[in-house]
Design a protein around this ligand. Structure first.
Ligand SMILES: Cc1ncc(COP(=O)(O)O)c(C=O)c1O
Length: 391
Protein backbone atom coordinates (compact mmCIF):
# COMPACT_ATOMS: atom_id res chain seq x y z
CA UNK A 1 0.00 0.00 0.00
CA UNK A 2 2.67 2.50 1.00
CA UNK A 3 5.39 3.74 -1.32
CA UNK A 4 8.80 2.11 -1.42
CA UNK A 5 10.22 5.54 -0.53
CA UNK A 6 8.59 5.72 2.90
CA UNK A 7 9.90 2.25 3.71
CA UNK A 8 13.44 3.60 3.40
CA UNK A 9 13.18 5.76 6.52
CA UNK A 10 12.66 5.09 10.23
CA UNK A 11 10.87 7.09 12.92
CA UNK A 12 13.09 9.55 14.83
CA UNK A 13 14.53 7.71 17.85
CA UNK A 14 14.91 10.94 19.80
CA UNK A 15 11.30 11.95 19.30
CA UNK A 16 10.28 8.42 20.29
CA UNK A 17 12.09 8.77 23.62
CA UNK A 18 10.51 12.18 24.21
CA UNK A 19 7.11 10.55 23.69
CA UNK A 20 8.03 7.73 26.12
CA UNK A 21 9.02 10.27 28.77
CA UNK A 22 5.69 12.07 28.34
CA UNK A 23 3.86 8.75 28.69
CA UNK A 24 5.63 7.93 31.96
CA UNK A 25 5.04 11.41 33.29
CA UNK A 26 1.33 11.17 32.44
CA UNK A 27 1.26 7.92 34.43
CA UNK A 28 2.52 9.90 37.44
CA UNK A 29 6.15 8.67 37.44
CA UNK A 30 8.86 11.14 38.58
CA UNK A 31 10.72 11.04 35.29
CA UNK A 32 14.06 12.72 34.66
CA UNK A 33 14.19 13.39 30.98
CA UNK A 34 17.72 13.63 29.61
CA UNK A 35 16.64 12.72 26.09
CA UNK A 36 15.56 16.18 25.06
CA UNK A 37 17.01 18.01 22.11
CA UNK A 38 15.87 21.44 23.18
CA UNK A 39 16.89 24.08 25.72
CA UNK A 40 14.97 23.89 29.01
CA UNK A 41 14.63 27.71 29.02
CA UNK A 42 11.61 29.69 27.88
CA UNK A 43 11.86 31.71 24.66
CA UNK A 44 13.30 35.11 25.73
CA UNK A 45 10.68 37.71 26.55
CA UNK A 46 11.55 40.18 23.77
CA UNK A 47 10.93 37.40 21.21
CA UNK A 48 7.68 36.29 22.83
CA UNK A 49 6.43 39.89 22.82
CA UNK A 50 7.36 40.26 19.14
CA UNK A 51 5.28 37.15 18.41
CA UNK A 52 2.27 38.55 20.29
CA UNK A 53 2.59 41.89 18.50
CA UNK A 54 2.79 40.07 15.16
CA UNK A 55 -0.64 38.55 15.78
CA UNK A 56 -2.18 41.87 16.81
CA UNK A 57 -0.63 43.67 13.85
CA UNK A 58 -2.11 41.15 11.43
CA UNK A 59 0.94 39.13 10.37
CA UNK A 60 -1.33 36.15 10.06
CA UNK A 61 -1.40 35.45 6.34
CA UNK A 62 0.67 33.48 3.86
CA UNK A 63 4.10 34.94 3.26
CA UNK A 64 6.33 34.30 0.24
CA UNK A 65 7.20 30.57 0.13
CA UNK A 66 10.86 31.07 1.01
CA UNK A 67 10.17 33.52 3.84
CA UNK A 68 9.62 37.28 4.09
CA UNK A 69 12.16 39.72 2.73
CA UNK A 70 12.37 41.33 6.20
CA UNK A 71 13.42 38.05 7.81
CA UNK A 72 15.87 37.28 5.00
CA UNK A 73 17.42 40.71 5.64
CA UNK A 74 17.65 39.88 9.35
CA UNK A 75 19.40 36.60 8.49
CA UNK A 76 21.86 38.46 6.23
CA UNK A 77 22.56 40.86 9.13
CA UNK A 78 23.01 38.00 11.61
CA UNK A 79 25.35 36.01 9.35
CA UNK A 80 27.45 39.11 8.79
CA UNK A 81 27.53 40.06 12.50
CA UNK A 82 28.17 36.64 14.04
CA UNK A 83 29.77 34.62 11.26
CA UNK A 84 31.43 37.22 9.01
CA UNK A 85 29.50 35.62 6.14
CA UNK A 86 28.21 37.98 3.50
CA UNK A 87 25.20 36.89 1.51
CA UNK A 88 22.51 38.53 -0.54
CA UNK A 89 18.87 37.92 0.36
CA UNK A 90 18.55 35.90 -2.87
CA UNK A 91 20.90 33.37 -1.26
CA UNK A 92 18.73 32.86 1.83
CA UNK A 93 15.83 30.48 2.37
CA UNK A 94 13.67 30.52 5.50
CA UNK A 95 12.19 27.13 6.38
CA UNK A 96 10.03 25.54 9.08
CA UNK A 97 13.12 24.73 11.17
CA UNK A 98 16.65 23.78 10.27
CA UNK A 99 15.44 20.22 9.78
CA UNK A 100 13.13 21.32 7.00
CA UNK A 101 15.95 23.28 5.36
CA UNK A 102 18.23 20.23 5.47
CA UNK A 103 15.49 17.96 4.14
CA UNK A 104 14.75 20.32 1.25
CA UNK A 105 18.42 20.64 0.32
CA UNK A 106 18.80 16.85 0.18
CA UNK A 107 15.71 16.63 -1.98
CA UNK A 108 16.93 19.14 -4.53
CA UNK A 109 20.53 17.91 -4.76
CA UNK A 110 20.60 14.13 -4.23
CA UNK A 111 19.10 11.21 -6.10
CA UNK A 112 19.50 7.54 -6.82
CA UNK A 113 23.09 6.69 -7.76
CA UNK A 114 24.56 9.44 -5.54
CA UNK A 115 26.52 8.85 -2.36
CA UNK A 116 26.52 11.24 0.59
CA UNK A 117 29.15 11.15 3.33
CA UNK A 118 27.89 11.22 6.91
CA UNK A 119 30.22 11.22 9.90
CA UNK A 120 29.39 8.65 12.54
CA UNK A 121 28.08 9.08 15.25
CA UNK A 122 25.55 11.16 13.36
CA UNK A 123 22.35 13.05 14.08
CA UNK A 124 19.53 10.51 13.60
CA UNK A 125 17.90 12.36 10.72
CA UNK A 126 20.88 12.63 8.34
CA UNK A 127 20.80 9.05 6.98
CA UNK A 128 17.03 9.24 6.50
CA UNK A 129 17.20 12.61 4.71
CA UNK A 130 19.64 11.01 2.27
CA UNK A 131 17.95 7.61 1.90
CA UNK A 132 14.55 9.08 1.12
CA UNK A 133 16.05 10.76 -1.98
CA UNK A 134 17.28 7.38 -3.25
CA UNK A 135 20.93 8.32 -2.61
CA UNK A 136 23.15 6.16 -0.41
CA UNK A 137 24.47 7.36 2.97
CA UNK A 138 28.15 6.45 3.35
CA UNK A 139 29.47 6.48 6.91
CA UNK A 140 32.90 7.72 7.90
CA UNK A 141 34.37 6.96 11.32
CA UNK A 142 35.46 9.66 13.74
CA UNK A 143 37.85 9.89 16.67
CA UNK A 144 36.15 10.17 20.10
CA UNK A 145 39.41 11.31 21.66
CA UNK A 146 39.54 14.26 19.24
CA UNK A 147 36.04 15.84 19.48
CA UNK A 148 34.78 13.17 17.07
CA UNK A 149 36.74 14.69 14.21
CA UNK A 150 36.80 12.56 11.04
CA UNK A 151 39.40 9.88 10.57
CA UNK A 152 40.72 11.47 7.38
CA UNK A 153 42.05 8.24 5.89
CA UNK A 154 38.61 6.71 6.21
CA UNK A 155 37.08 9.80 4.60
CA UNK A 156 39.50 9.64 1.68
CA UNK A 157 38.83 5.92 1.26
CA UNK A 158 35.07 6.47 1.13
CA UNK A 159 35.14 9.15 -1.58
CA UNK A 160 34.11 7.81 -4.99
CA UNK A 161 33.04 9.29 -8.31
CA UNK A 162 29.48 9.05 -6.95
CA UNK A 163 30.13 11.26 -3.89
CA UNK A 164 27.72 14.15 -4.29
CA UNK A 165 27.68 15.56 -0.77
CA UNK A 166 29.35 15.66 2.65
CA UNK A 167 27.40 16.60 5.78
CA UNK A 168 29.26 18.37 8.59
CA UNK A 169 27.61 18.98 11.95
CA UNK A 170 29.89 20.79 14.37
CA UNK A 171 29.00 21.30 17.23
CA UNK A 172 27.52 17.87 16.89
CA UNK A 173 24.37 16.15 17.95
CA UNK A 174 24.84 13.54 19.53
CA UNK A 175 28.48 13.96 20.58
CA UNK A 176 28.74 17.68 21.34
CA UNK A 177 32.08 17.51 19.52
CA UNK A 178 33.41 20.71 17.99
CA UNK A 179 35.91 20.16 15.19
CA UNK A 180 39.09 22.18 14.91
CA UNK A 181 39.33 24.60 11.99
CA UNK A 182 42.09 22.37 10.58
CA UNK A 183 39.77 19.37 10.49
CA UNK A 184 37.03 21.35 8.75
CA UNK A 185 39.58 22.70 6.26
CA UNK A 186 40.79 19.21 5.42
CA UNK A 187 37.22 18.09 4.79
CA UNK A 188 36.67 21.14 2.58
CA UNK A 189 39.78 20.31 0.56
CA UNK A 190 38.66 16.73 0.10
CA UNK A 191 35.17 17.89 -0.87
CA UNK A 192 36.53 20.34 -3.41
CA UNK A 193 38.64 17.65 -5.06
CA UNK A 194 35.56 15.42 -5.22
CA UNK A 195 33.44 18.34 -6.46
CA UNK A 196 30.96 17.53 -3.68
CA UNK A 197 28.48 19.80 -1.94
CA UNK A 198 29.24 20.48 1.71
CA UNK A 199 26.31 20.84 4.08
CA UNK A 200 27.33 22.61 7.26
CA UNK A 201 24.65 22.12 9.90
CA UNK A 202 25.46 24.89 12.36
CA UNK A 203 22.34 24.88 14.50
CA UNK A 204 24.46 24.70 17.70
CA UNK A 205 26.94 27.39 16.57
CA UNK A 206 26.13 29.70 19.51
CA UNK A 207 26.65 26.88 22.00
CA UNK A 208 30.42 26.47 21.86
CA UNK A 209 32.21 26.66 25.18
CA UNK A 210 35.95 26.56 24.74
CA UNK A 211 36.73 28.64 21.68
CA UNK A 212 35.24 31.02 19.16
CA UNK A 213 33.17 29.25 16.57
CA UNK A 214 34.02 29.79 12.91
CA UNK A 215 31.49 28.96 10.23
CA UNK A 216 32.55 26.35 7.69
CA UNK A 217 31.93 28.73 4.78
CA UNK A 218 34.49 31.11 6.34
CA UNK A 219 37.21 28.49 6.11
CA UNK A 220 38.86 27.33 2.90
CA UNK A 221 39.60 29.12 -0.35
CA UNK A 222 36.61 28.03 -2.33
CA UNK A 223 33.37 27.65 -0.45
CA UNK A 224 30.96 28.13 -3.35
CA UNK A 225 29.59 24.64 -2.79
CA UNK A 226 29.10 25.08 0.96
CA UNK A 227 25.52 25.41 2.17
CA UNK A 228 25.13 26.81 5.69
CA UNK A 229 22.19 25.66 7.79
CA UNK A 230 21.23 27.50 10.96
CA UNK A 231 18.20 27.69 13.17
CA UNK A 232 16.46 29.79 15.79
CA UNK A 233 15.55 26.62 17.70
CA UNK A 234 18.53 26.02 19.96
CA UNK A 235 20.07 29.51 20.09
CA UNK A 236 16.86 31.25 21.16
CA UNK A 237 14.99 28.36 22.80
CA UNK A 238 12.48 28.53 19.93
CA UNK A 239 12.10 24.86 19.01
CA UNK A 240 8.32 25.02 18.70
CA UNK A 241 8.27 28.19 16.63
CA UNK A 242 9.86 26.27 13.72
CA UNK A 243 12.20 28.72 12.05
CA UNK A 244 15.48 27.69 10.44
CA UNK A 245 17.31 28.83 7.35
CA UNK A 246 19.84 28.03 4.64
CA UNK A 247 22.43 30.31 3.07
CA UNK A 248 24.32 29.53 -0.10
CA UNK A 249 24.16 29.00 -3.84
CA UNK A 250 21.29 30.96 -5.35
CA UNK A 251 20.22 28.23 -7.77
CA UNK A 252 19.98 25.67 -4.97
CA UNK A 253 18.09 28.15 -2.78
CA UNK A 254 15.60 28.81 -5.61
CA UNK A 255 15.02 25.08 -6.08
CA UNK A 256 14.51 24.59 -2.34
CA UNK A 257 12.04 27.48 -2.33
CA UNK A 258 10.12 25.88 -5.19
CA UNK A 259 9.89 22.57 -3.32
CA UNK A 260 8.88 24.30 -0.10
CA UNK A 261 6.19 26.30 -1.89
CA UNK A 262 4.65 23.02 -3.01
CA UNK A 263 4.76 21.40 0.43
CA UNK A 264 4.35 23.83 3.33
CA UNK A 265 3.49 26.98 1.30
CA UNK A 266 5.55 29.09 3.67
CA UNK A 267 7.01 29.12 7.18
CA UNK A 268 4.69 30.35 9.94
CA UNK A 269 4.08 34.09 9.48
CA UNK A 270 3.99 34.95 13.20
CA UNK A 271 7.16 33.00 13.95
CA UNK A 272 8.91 34.80 11.11
CA UNK A 273 8.22 38.18 12.74
CA UNK A 274 9.43 36.84 16.10
CA UNK A 275 12.57 35.47 14.41
CA UNK A 276 13.48 38.97 13.21
CA UNK A 277 13.51 40.09 16.85
CA UNK A 278 15.49 36.97 17.79
CA UNK A 279 18.18 37.56 15.20
CA UNK A 280 18.49 41.34 15.40
CA UNK A 281 17.28 42.20 18.92
CA UNK A 282 19.01 41.91 22.30
CA UNK A 283 21.36 38.88 22.31
CA UNK A 284 22.14 38.86 26.04
CA UNK A 285 19.91 35.84 26.81
CA UNK A 286 22.02 33.73 24.43
CA UNK A 287 25.17 34.43 26.44
CA UNK A 288 23.33 33.64 29.69
CA UNK A 289 22.12 30.28 28.37
CA UNK A 290 25.59 29.47 27.08
CA UNK A 291 27.14 30.13 30.52
CA UNK A 292 24.60 27.88 32.23
CA UNK A 293 25.09 25.07 29.70
CA UNK A 294 28.87 25.26 30.12
CA UNK A 295 28.59 24.80 33.90
CA UNK A 296 26.28 21.84 33.41
CA UNK A 297 28.59 20.30 30.83
CA UNK A 298 31.51 20.48 33.25
CA UNK A 299 29.40 18.92 36.00
CA UNK A 300 28.07 15.99 33.96
CA UNK A 301 31.43 15.22 32.33
CA UNK A 302 33.10 15.14 35.77
CA UNK A 303 30.43 12.92 37.26
CA UNK A 304 30.56 10.45 34.36
CA UNK A 305 34.33 10.23 34.39
CA UNK A 306 34.29 9.50 38.13
CA UNK A 307 32.29 6.36 37.37
CA UNK A 308 34.17 3.12 36.90
CA UNK A 309 34.56 1.99 33.28
CA UNK A 310 32.80 5.02 31.81
CA UNK A 311 34.69 7.20 29.35
CA UNK A 312 33.49 10.65 28.45
CA UNK A 313 35.49 13.26 26.56
CA UNK A 314 34.72 16.92 27.18
CA UNK A 315 32.56 18.02 24.25
CA UNK A 316 33.19 21.57 23.08
CA UNK A 317 29.57 22.42 22.31
CA UNK A 318 25.83 21.73 22.00
CA UNK A 319 24.11 20.32 25.13
CA UNK A 320 24.90 16.63 24.84
CA UNK A 321 27.47 14.23 26.19
CA UNK A 322 28.02 10.87 24.55
CA UNK A 323 29.87 8.66 27.04
CA UNK A 324 31.18 5.24 26.15
CA UNK A 325 29.67 2.43 28.23
CA UNK A 326 30.96 -0.38 26.00
CA UNK A 327 32.98 -2.06 28.74
CA UNK A 328 29.67 -2.73 30.47
CA UNK A 329 28.21 -4.51 27.50
CA UNK A 330 28.83 -8.00 26.16
CA UNK A 331 27.14 -11.21 25.13
CA UNK A 332 27.74 -12.75 28.56
CA UNK A 333 26.53 -9.68 30.44
CA UNK A 334 23.13 -8.47 31.53
CA UNK A 335 23.44 -5.47 29.25
CA UNK A 336 24.26 -6.33 25.65
CA UNK A 337 23.63 -3.10 23.81
CA UNK A 338 22.98 0.60 24.20
CA UNK A 339 19.26 -0.12 23.82
CA UNK A 340 19.41 -2.47 26.83
CA UNK A 341 21.17 0.14 28.94
CA UNK A 342 18.87 2.96 27.88
CA UNK A 343 15.84 0.75 28.62
CA UNK A 344 17.25 -0.28 32.02
CA UNK A 345 17.71 3.38 32.95
CA UNK A 346 14.19 4.14 31.78
CA UNK A 347 12.38 1.21 33.38
CA UNK A 348 14.36 0.84 36.61
CA UNK A 349 15.35 4.44 37.31
CA UNK A 350 12.92 6.57 35.26
CA UNK A 351 15.88 8.32 33.61
CA UNK A 352 15.22 8.92 29.93
CA UNK A 353 18.21 8.84 27.58
CA UNK A 354 18.76 7.92 23.94
CA UNK A 355 20.65 4.76 23.02
CA UNK A 356 23.78 5.33 20.93
CA UNK A 357 22.62 2.78 18.36
CA UNK A 358 20.23 5.36 16.93
CA UNK A 359 23.24 7.55 16.19
CA UNK A 360 25.34 4.72 14.76
CA UNK A 361 27.36 3.95 17.90
CA UNK A 362 26.09 1.06 20.01
CA UNK A 363 28.58 1.43 22.88
CA UNK A 364 27.34 4.88 23.83
CA UNK A 365 24.39 6.62 25.42
CA UNK A 366 23.39 10.21 24.70
CA UNK A 367 22.57 12.38 27.69
CA UNK A 368 21.20 15.84 27.10
CA UNK A 369 22.11 18.33 29.82
CA UNK A 370 19.26 20.67 28.90
CA UNK A 371 17.86 19.89 32.35
CA UNK A 372 17.96 21.49 35.80
CA UNK A 373 20.98 21.09 38.09
CA UNK A 374 18.84 19.02 40.48
CA UNK A 375 17.73 16.67 37.70
CA UNK A 376 21.28 16.28 36.45
CA UNK A 377 22.57 15.46 39.92
CA UNK A 378 19.81 12.98 40.61
CA UNK A 379 20.23 11.36 37.18
CA UNK A 380 23.98 10.97 37.67
CA UNK A 381 23.37 9.41 41.11
CA UNK A 382 20.98 6.95 39.46
CA UNK A 383 23.42 6.11 36.66
CA UNK A 384 26.09 5.47 39.29
CA UNK A 385 23.68 3.24 41.19
CA UNK A 386 22.88 1.37 37.94
CA UNK A 387 26.53 0.65 37.28
CA UNK A 388 26.92 -0.86 40.74
CA UNK A 389 23.84 -3.02 40.20
CA UNK A 390 25.17 -4.25 36.86
CA UNK A 391 28.67 -5.08 38.11
C1 LIG B 1 22.06 18.43 14.40
C2 LIG B 1 20.72 19.01 14.26
N1 LIG B 1 20.41 19.63 13.11
C3 LIG B 1 19.20 20.18 12.92
C4 LIG B 1 18.24 20.13 13.90
C5 LIG B 1 16.91 20.71 13.58
O1 LIG B 1 16.45 21.65 14.42
P1 LIG B 1 15.21 22.57 14.01
O2 LIG B 1 14.48 21.90 12.90
O3 LIG B 1 14.40 22.68 15.22
O4 LIG B 1 15.81 23.86 13.54
C6 LIG B 1 18.51 19.49 15.11
C7 LIG B 1 17.48 19.35 16.15
O5 LIG B 1 17.54 18.55 17.03
C8 LIG B 1 19.79 18.94 15.31
O6 LIG B 1 20.12 18.35 16.44
Amino acid sequence: MLSERIGRISPSATLAMTAKAAELRAAGKPVINLSVGEPDFPTPENIRLAGKRAIDEGHTRYTPGGGTLELKKAVVEKLSRDNDLHYDTSQILISCGGKHSLYNACQVLFQSGDEVIIFSPYWVSFPDFVSVTGAKPVFVITDPAQQFEPVMDDLKAKITSRTKGIIINSPSNPTGGVWSDEAVLKVLEIAEKADAWVFSDECYEQLTYDRTYISTAMLGENTKKVLTFQSCSKTYAMTGWRIGYTAGNEKVIKAMEKLQGQSTSCPNSIAQVAAIEALTGDQSEVAKMRDIFKKRRDYIVNRLNEMKDVHCGTPGGAFYVFPDFSSLMGSNKKIQSSNDLSMYLLEQKAVVTVAGKAFGSDGNIRFSYAASDEDLKRAMDLVEETLTELE
